[in-house]
Design a protein around this ligand. Sequence first.
Ligand code: FES
Length: 270
Amino acid sequence: MMGQERSLSPSTIGELKEIAARYPEARSGLLPMLHLIQSVEGNVTNEGIEICAEILGISAAEVSGVATFYTMYKRRPMGEHHVGVCTNTLCAVMGGDLIFERLKGHLDVGNDETTEDGKVTLEHIECNAACDFAPVMMVNWEFFDNQTPDSAVELVDKLRAGETVQATRGATITSWREAERVLAGFEDGLVDEGPAAAGPSLAGLEIAAERGWTAPSVDEAKVSTGSTGGADATADTKTGAAEQADTSRAESETKLEESPADTAKEGEDD
Ligand code: FES
């Protein structure tokens, strides 16, 4: 890029260097650097890749390998909002597949495509670790829980109309680019909006509190197969557990070595 005109501003390049300087190994900053490129450019551009490579002292091919491996990095321009519909197993059976089909028709786009007005990019996404609120959607990586096809349509219509939308367990929705800047490590001041945890996520904790259950401390932890399960596999300490694990592995390796196939092979070798 030396001598070529750049579209990335000196202040963005300064922020990219600032991210790289946060890490003992500068290349560890590549992931947030790519998020910053997306927040400025709307996707990971060739120029962005080359500048990251230049700052980190690695090849453009190495940066490109990362940018094309992770699905959160986009090589095509994105809409103002990224709308993700979880279609992994639990959400799918709870209605995620129906939501995704309904939105494709309503927005007249396919997967990973942007509406004509540039407002929404629709994508089916994998499990968001929010299965207790299935089916879930995400807008700019903020959760929208317990969705239905109708609520999903209402949500995207509000986004397209520029109305204020509040995530179920997160901040007021801004834009995909602004969310990308947060992922790059530059706070937007909205971190305390919305509950940190709620509803079904806390059910187990509440039941445990009611019944006085507590988790054993690390030193007290026991691993046991119980009285009717055959061998007593109790390990009193982490070291003991590790020794047992090693013993099991050694036993299985011994069995492998003594397998009929090996014996036959030994016979042939003789
Ligand atoms: S399957 Fe959708 S959040 Fe886990």
